[in-house]
Design a protein around this ligand. Structure first.
Ligand code: PEP
Ligand code: MN
Length: 342
């Protein structure tokens, strides 16, 4: 850690604070200002305590403390096995399905279509984060039951969002992977709760979260005991209203440098437009994504939620072979075999 003092201020208070922690600092003058280099193991709160001193202009620290999820923690990238679906291997894992589970017939139709096209995971919300309290909130328990049944029927791993720490156990009974939505990325009690759960986690990036905040959210889950985490880039907020979000594919390449965890991309929420889902799904694979989360609805025009960004059950099967070709071009694989139901 390097502490830069304000012009005209001496290093005494900084050195005294370091003394409180029995740390040594070496003070030097650089371009007319004092600079203190801290030596030894720094306690986590040190930068906060130094920043509080009015003499301090800036503090330069190493990368945040990603002690579980840092790339440097593992010799090889980690893989996450979700009921036989591997995230982070050679194969691109595709999780597809509607935004929200609307009925038994809807989720079964979606599941059949995505399974026959080569998807290996089924998504669908039972508990939906809604900006308005009057918006669709999800159908709850019946939706969980239909989703689970559809996943088992078509041999698909089931991915669904949990919003409430008190419902983690219930959702675990019906899902193979728990999704933490963008709006919950910094719900620290929820992160700790899923960190104690036995199921793998799909951690979406918050719509205004930096990469560091996203990785620290993953760190919360890992630190609570669950290292089976897959990151999901789903677009961040910006000024342009042409797309729902700005899909940050640079972040996919960047996080792969910082963490050993697999990373997938959600081009549906990332763009908000079904015409852009295919191009961005291809770009995501090319950028190094380990998988995709794609909204697919039997009749998108009648979808209760996110119809505008949902692919139909005819558009999705047409896209999959195109994705397979991109995967092959970058040394990955997207097997298109139809999944046989159980
Ligand atoms: C979703 O996957 O349907 C969803 C609500 O996503 P996000 O949390 O990324 O908005
Ligand atoms: Mn959605």
């Amino acid at each position: 850690m390097i502490v830069v003092l304000k012009a005209g201020r001496g290093p005494e208070k900084v050195l005294a604070r370091l003394e409180e922690y029995r740390l040594h600092g070496s003070a030097t003058r650089l371009d007319g200002r004092w600079v203190v280099t801290v030596e030894g193991a720094e306690p986590p709160e040190l930068s906060e305590r130094l920043r509080a001193l009015s003499d301090v202009a800036a503090i330069h620290t190493e990368e945040p403390d990603y002690r579980h999820v840092a790339r440097s923690e593992r010799a090889v990238r980690s893989t996450v096995d979700v009921e036989g679906v591997i995230f982070g291997g050679v194969d691109i894992a595709v999780v597809a399905g509607p935004c929200t589970v609307e009925s038994e017939a809807q989720i079964f139709a979606a599941a059949q279509a995505v399974a026959e096209s080569g998807a290996t995971g089924l998504r669908g919300g039972a508990y939906k984060p809604s900006t308005s309290p009057y918006g669709h909130q999800g159908l709850g328990l019946p939706a969980l039951e239909w989703l689970h049944a559809a996943g088992r029927r078509y041999g698909l791993a089931v991915v669904t969002e949990v919003m409430d720490p008190a419902k983690v156990e219930l959702v675990c009974e019906h899902a193979d992977m728990l999704q933490i939505g963008a709006r919950s990325m910094q719900n620290f009690d929820l992160l700790k709760a899923v960190g104690r759960s036995p199921k793998p986690i799909l951690l979406k990036r918050g719509m205004s979260a930096t990469i560091a905040e996203w990785l620290l959210a993953a760190e919360y889950i890992a630190d609570a005991g669950n290292e089976r985490i897959v990151l999901c880039e789903r677009g961040i907020r910006s000024f342009d209203t042409s797309t729902r979000n700005v899909l940050d594919l640079a972040a996919v390449a960047a996080v792969r440098e910082l963490t050993h965890l697999p990373v997938v991309v959600d081009p549906s929420h990332g763009t908000g437009r079904r015409d852009l889902v295919g191009p961005m799904a291809k770009a995501a694979i090319a950028a190094g994504a380990d998988g995709l989360l794609i909204e697919v609805h039997p009749v998108p025009d009648q979808a209760v939620k996110d119809g505008a960004q949902s692919l139909s059950t005819t558009a999705f099967p047409a896209l999959m072979p195109e994705l397979a070709r991109v995967a092959e071009a970058v040394g990955r694989r997207l097997p298109l075999r139809a999944t046989v139901g159980t």
